[in-house]
Design a protein around this ligand. Structure first.
Ligand code: GCB
Length: 595
């Protein structure tokens, strides 16, 4: 269907903007390249009736008009968004936090940003860190692409559309819909907006798209491999340099733009107590260079043991949402650092980044701080497993996450789902995702947070069997967790208790049997850990959750819009008694594992 056949009344107006769909295939790595930041104040309007896309669908010149903000009179007469009345908003940011009156707004919004002409010659890619959920983009009035998925980056080569003065327009649509991920219902707040950085990245015509550098498992901790994807012509040379390892190796680009090399080295291995990173450079003959800091380590499973660099490790973890007071998902580097340092203060060596990809800084900081990570995509509760388009979308989000973070030593587990119901379609859907993760990255483990039920058909797909259980809170007694785990242990795989927890209002005190008091939550954790740690094949635990977080459907007088299972309150400051309880247990465990 062409744009011109549509009218603004046509319910199918969004069809005009289906393609090009920006996917993981168009991603390029940013590391160390010249770039121009487009962060800052953007012009902004909420657009509850999705008028911009409706009008742009039948009048291609409409967005071109918006791209000429200096023509105020024309704009006033032809659009319903008068030029003089543009509000501005901060990017990166969530509109819910930037504008208190938009706290509960879910819908479309138009973002506009002007930028000067760029020097001609090389190519420029527009790179958006994340925008929730669907983004539709125009540059100088020309529709350039659409992206689905609220937490992963996307990229597009904008070189052909650049002019002396430029206007970038992005409609961001954060409606919850049945064919999105998550779908209509989830236990977190649906923040909208462009909440990670936007930039223009400059690359030569012949450039590196993506790299994958790692220690190959099962090679005695000595074999490194680099795969590079480029836009280069066959025969061009790629050089890998790791000065501290005296590595300067070359490979030649093949007819598909790919180059690979393997070498033997004796890197100082990365681990939580020795988070050693190497300065690495990958360069093309054209002059394009990527710089990175990479750690080398091996993670693997042997029977029901989890091994890091050949030694058994226990994951002393905690789950965390990406939500920060006054900013929502728009985490600053300092926010993420504080979150990880607080986890370390809890004596953790592991964080489960729930339930969607967090800012890429999380894995970079975890690399430096020595914290192992679980990363996850939002295939959460009931999604439309029977819909092939939803599977395509999930696969793409997984690819975007893996391509973004697979050079990070801290990331050890890709999680493909959380608490999904056992329908027939669900298993084949998740099997495809597990295959996809393994094809892209055979050096990490694949898991999913499962419901606490025996004989899940997904068990054979799991490298680590992770289970969320709420004995002692939603059902049963805290100690009953042992029976569940004994039962699950028959699968012979390492097990992770990926969630357990109880509501608690920070500052509310009482007896240990009074629910929602700090004493109750602390006692709950003592009893749960006593049960869990008695099962030898449990290789890790991640209590739910580090901080209280917004959850719109939780509205009783204790919750008031928050899930209160945090070890710390919603202000990210008020530590509850259970924080100390878990810390003591973890310190003791660290001693037992010789850390
Ligand atoms: C779960 C979910 C998590 C919820 C939590 C709860 O099982 O995975 O997203 O927030 O339970 O508090 O009920």
């Amino acid at each position: 269907m062409t744009a011109r056949t549509l009218s603004p009344f046509d319910p199918n107006y969004r069809e005009a903007f289906r393609e090009p769909l920006l996917t993981a295939d168009s991603l390029i790595e940013v590391g160390g390249r010249p770039q121009i930041s487009l962060d800052g104040l953007w012009r902004f309007h909420i657009d509850p009736y999705d008028v911009h896309r409706r009008r742009a669908a039948f009048d291609p010149q409409y967005l071109e008009l918006l791209a000429k903000p200096e023509d105020e009179a024309l704009l006033d007469s032809r659009t319903d968004f008068p030029a003089g009345a543009w509000e501005t908003i901060k990017v990166p940011g969530c509109w819910n936090e930037e504008r208190p009156e938009l706290m509960h707004y879910e819908g479309c919004a138009l973002y506009l940003r002007d930028f000067e002409g760029l020097p001609s010659g090389p190519r420029y890619f527009l790179h958006v860190g994340a925008a929730n959920y669907e983004s539709t983009l125009w540059l100088n009035g020309v529709f350039i692409g659409r992206h689905e998925g609220g937490f992963t980056p996307f990229c597009i080569d904008v070189t052909p559309h650049l002019r002396a003065r430029n206007v970038l327009a992005i409609v961001v649509d954060d409606r919850r819909e049945a064919d999105r991920l998550p779908a209509l219902w989830c236990d977190w707040f649906n923040y909208g907006g462009i909440f990670r950085s936007v930039r223009l990245v400059e690359v030569p015509q012949s450039h590196i798209k993506r790299t994958f550098l790692r220690l190959l498992p099962g090679t005695g901790l000595r074999r490194l491999r680099l795969d590079v994807e480029t836009s280069a012509a066959e025969g061009e040379q790629v050089t890998l340099t790791v000065p501290a390892l005296h590595v300067a190796e070359r490979a030649v680009v093949d007819g598909q733009g790919m180059a690979s090399l393997e070498l033997t080295a004796e890197p100082s291995l990365w681990s939580p107590d020795h988070p050693h990173l190497y300065e690495v450079e990958v360069a093309l003959e054209s002059g394009d260079r990527l710089e990175d800091r990479v750690g080398f380590r091996e993670v693997r499973v042997e029977g029901d043991r989890l091994l890091l660099n050949g030694r058994p490790i226990f994951l002393r973890g905690v789950c965390a949402h990406e939500e920060f007071p006054g900013r929502g998902h728009a985490a600053t580097e300092e926010d993420t650092r504080q979150m990880l340092e607080t986890a370390r203060d809890l004596a953790c060596n592991f964080v489960r980044l729930a339930h969607y990809p967090h800012h890429e800084n999380a894995a970079r900081l975890a690399d430096r701080l020595g914290i192992l990570l679980w990363e996850e995509i939002p295939v959460y509760w009931h999604v439309d497993f029977a819909n092939p388009a939803v599977l395509t979308g999930a696969r793409n989000q997984l690819r975007e996450l893996i391509l973004r973070d697979r050079n990070r030593a801290s990331v050890i587990i890709w999680s493909i789902a959380n608490e999904t119901p056992r329908t027939g379609e669900r298993s084949s859907f998740l099997e495809e995702l597990a295959d996809c993760a393994r094809q892209l990255d055979s050096t990490r483990l694949v898991s999913a947070a499962l419901l606490p039920l025996p004989d899940d058909p997904l068990l054979p797909q799991m490298d680590v069997v992770a289970v969320n259980e709420y004995f002692g809170w939603y059902y049963g007694q805290a100690e009953q967790v042992q029976d569940l785990l004994k039962n699950l242990a028959s699968c012979g795989k390492p097990m992770l208790v990926s969630e357990f927890g109880a509501d608690c209002v920070a500052g509310l005190h009482g007896a240990a049997d009074e629910i929602r008091t700090e004493e109750f939550q602390a006692d709950f954790y003592r009893r749960q850990f006593a049960g869990i740690l008695g099962i030898p094949s449990v290789v890790g635990t991640s209590p739910w959750v580090l901080y209280d977080f917004r959850a719109p459907f939780r509205q009783n007088k204790y919750q008031r819009g928050y899930n209160r299972k945090g070890l710390i309150g919603e202000d990210h400051q008020s530590r509850k008694m259970a924080f100390e309880t878990v810390r003591k247990i973890y310190q003791d465990l660290a001693g037992r594992f010789g850390e």
